[in-house]
Design a protein. Sequence first.
Length: 228
Amino acid sequence: MNAAEFYKHALTLTFRSPGFVPPAPAGNRRTRMGMMSHRLFVSLAAAILTMIAASAMPSASAAQANQAASRTIPPSVEAQLDTHIKRYIDWYEAANCEQEPGSTCRGIEYREGRSFCFGDINGDGKEDIAVLYTLEGFCCGNNYEYYLAVFLNSASGFELVTSTEVGGKGERTVEFDRIKDGKIVLNTDEYLDGDPMCCPSGKGATAYSLKDGKLVESGRTGEKPAAP
């Protein structure tokens, strides 16, 4: 039973309950006023319950996110992403980190942070997969970055075509909204002046499209204005 059905059921039970006494037939001014009060009560109750039900119903983006969470991700997608992440971490550490001899700390993926979204990204009418994942701990630090990867649906299965950094500590947090008209839409929390590193307070959005095999950002909103 969804929220709308629940509140409708609750309203029905209220008026069928033994404690609910409908007004007597109109016979005088007092009873007519009682009926008017009853009708007003019913109208107000219905309006209030309708608003509550509407607010409890998930948005289209939330419904899509819930659907993605309940779907089985093809093992080939997980395997390709695991391999890609390992190679990226190896490259990043070698290119950017100067570690002490014998140091064992290195960047890792926060595996619980993986999320998936389904939709047609390249306009061929097939359902593709977008993945958000988080890498942290590069160069023995405590920073983290968010990345967006795209798997296109081909004749041989889902294939990883590209990935790019889309946020991180001190920049913004991101989460899936939906895939619509070929665009991967993300909701963002943006850092405003005075925000601590833990808690960006600005609400925004952005979108990424696949062009010439690369992800291109467009329509970003909510970020802190550039200094004059």
